[in-house]
Design a protein around this ligand. Structure first.
Ligand code: SAH
Length: 227
């Protein structure tokens, strides 16, 4: 039997209209849609009636299996598939099974969610770079090198950073970042439930507790927050 093709698709952040035309066309034609937690129902409604819809978090075998069944599969992920999206791992599994694939980049939440909160990640005179980190995985038990990170002058952006925010904030201050550096946390960005909490390194942990901040959220640290 002829194998199906896999499309690794970034669907952008919450706002349905940030889906690309290319992603839309492929989702409309796919035999099977494999989607993650961040995908809105509006996107799934694009699927054709006969399409099989499968919710899947972190495992790659389903994707392989469906393609081996001859189905064209749209693997739809929040934001961009290569920004902490495990897109590369999925492609490794497809490659091993000699399954054809194509990547459709998406608008990553790391830039667009700050934008929806009114924060430009760079700004002349304020930030000449931006740096995107995961606040989540401690690879091999090793945490980021905050001694170096605290010295960066650009905007710091943390995805998946709610759980470890105390570590992030305390390490930045410990290694010399000004404790008055502005911080914004944007929950459920680009959706109707978006909420923005603004403070600084010194008081943000209090605000997180007070506002009961929950994931998914993006943390932006730097002077651009004041814009
Ligand atoms: N590939 C995705 C990121 C996946 S990691 C991308 O490019 O956007 C998941 C993390 O992304 C969440 O924990 C959160 O930090 C961030 N995130 C994704 N969508 C978000 C949204 N709509 N609002 C706030 N944070 C979001």
């Amino acid at each position: 039997m002829k194998k199906g093709k896999a499309y690794i698709i970034g669907a952008g952040p919450g706002d349905f209209e940030l889906l690309t035309l290319k992603a839309k066309r492929i989702i409309e034609n796919a035999d099977c849609i494999v989607y993650d937690r961040l995908i809105s129902d509006d996107i799934l409604r694009l699927a054709k009636k006969s399409a099989e819809l499968i919710y899947l978090g972190k495992e790659n075998q389903t994707l392989v299996k469906k393609c081996l069944e001859g189905k064209n599969v749209a693997r739809v992920k929040g934001g961009d598939p290569f920004v902490f999206g495990r897109g590369g791992e999925e492609i490794e599994a497809l490659f091993k099974n000699e399954i054809e694939f194509e990547v459709i980049p998406g608008i990553t939440s790391s830039i667009s969610v700050p934008a929806y909160a009114g924060i430009p990640v760079t700004h002349r005179g304020l930030a000449r770079s931006f740096h995107i980190f995961t606040g989540h995985t401690m690879e091999n038990g090793k945490w980021h090198n905050f001694e170096n990170i605290a010295k960066l002058e650009g905007t710091l952006i943390f995805l998946m950073g709610v759980k470890n925010l105390d570590l992030i904030v305390n390490d930045l201050i410990k290694y010399g970042k000004d404790s008055k550096t502005p911080v914004a946390i944007i929950e459920k960005g680009a959706t109707k439930n978006q909420r923005v909490t603004v403070g600084n390194l010194e008081n943000i942990l209090e605000l997180v507790e007070k506002n009961r901040i929950t994931p998914p959220a993006i943390t932006v640290i730097g002077e651009v927050v004041n814009l």
